[in-house]
Write a protein that binds this ligand. Structure first.
Ligand SMILES: C[S@@+](CC[C@H](N)C(=O)[O-])C[C@H]1O[C@@H](n2cnc3c(N)ncnc32)[C@H](O)[C@@H]1O
Length: 319
């Protein structure tokens, strides 16, 4: 069963966030959530299949090998997935969970294209009702759990190391936000990409085919399409760098020359080599999630690690 509930209207907030991010006197920024329009979601799906981007395959391996073990820890009733993307990996978990009983699966997505493909991907699963929310993470989570039936427990999935898009302190605030929205005993399955050698890490965000570059530059194209911008894409290049102090990959778009860009009658000037910071992907030590859980109202009761790529799946229980 497919039910769509609500929609978000982001054009005004998109325009405001772009004005704020590009109008700053210091480092220009754009929020990474805007990378995911229809084209961005399709490009991200392509990234997950690139030879250099081992992260998705690593998580798929964990879920394929251990989904029965993982399912034993998870609570039954309702599964809410934050930023489901295409939902390809989720199939393993849902199949193990809904083996004997019916349940509701709620993908929460900012991207309507991702939500539609997720619903299509998982529509054939027996015993599963799908209720998708086109919403921001925590807003969607609270709207989903408002529909839990008496006695239903909630499992939250936050896969793909999407937690790494938050800076470390806001990531913990975000986990606290999840904790406040669910009940003691409910569970959270959290994917975290582990620290690894730069020779492995950098190509994952700067692949030889240029798909990640297209994913990043599409943000400028999106501003042109939706907000009337006049970015010349050929004058910005994709940069993926590792910030060792913060243990994160940063994606930027570097202005290749001094230039002025106009978006709906507002002008923004760029110095040569000035960058727009578009995304962060923080990396974790294996045991970081245990401490993150303790600080945010959870206990990390199990962890499965893919050593081939370096990825951990962490099972948190709300205390
Ligand atoms: C890094 S992708 C991960 C997708 C999938 N979970 C996976 O593991 O492959 C992040 C997903 O979250 C969605 N997303 C990003 N920011 C969001 C937000 N603030 N609220 C809801 N969804 C968001 C994007 O549209 C995208 O599909």
């Amino acid at each position: 069963m497919l039910i769509r509930d609500g929609a978000i209207h982001t054009v005004d907030s998109f325009a405001e966030d772009v004005r704020d991010g590009l109008g700053q006197s210091g480092q220009k920024t754009l929020p990474s959530k805007y990378l995911y329009d229809d084209i961005g979601s399709a490009l991200f799906e392509a990234i997950t299949r690139l030879p250099e981007y081992g992260l998705t395959r690593a998580e798929e391996r964990i879920l394929r090998r251990h989904s029965r073990d993982i399912a034993q820890f998870l609570t039954h009733g309702m599964v809410v997935e934050l930023g489901s993307g295409s939902g390809r990996k989720t199939r393993q978990i849902l199949e193990s969970l809904a083996h004997h009983q019916s349940m509701t699966y709620c993908p929460i997505e900012i991207s309507s294209a991702a939500l539609v493909s997720c619903e299509r991907e998982l529509d054939d699963l027996a015993h599963i009702s799908i209720l998708g929310f086109e919403a921001e993470y925590l807003d969607g989570l609270s709207r989903a759990v408002a529909r839990r039936r008496p006695g239903d427990a909630v499992t939250v999935l936050f896969l793909g190391s999407s937690i790494g898009n938050f800076d470390r302190a806001p990531a913990e605030d975000f986990l606290r936000g999840i904790r406040h929205t669910i009940e003691p005993g409910d569970t959270l399955l959290l994917g975290t990409d582990l620290e690894k050698p730069l020779a492995q890490l950098i190509p994952a965000y700067d692949d030889s085919l240029g798909v990640t570059e297209a994913f990043n530059r599409n943000l400028l194209a999106r501003i042109n399409r939706e907000l009337g911008g006049d970015f010349d894409l050929s004058r910005f290049e994709h940069v993926a760098l590792y910030n060792a102090r913060e243990r994160r990959i940063e994606m930027h778009l570097r202005s290749m020359e001094a230039q002025t860009v106009t978006i709906d009658e507002t002008s923004f000037t760029f110095r040569r080599d000035e960058t727009i910071w578009t995304e962060s992907c923080h990396k974790y030590a294996r045991y970081d999630p245990l401490e993150m859980a303790l600080r945010t109202g959870f206990e990390c009761v199990a962890q499965w690690v893919d050593v081939e790529w370096g990825f951990a799946e962490n099972l948190f229980v709300a205390v």
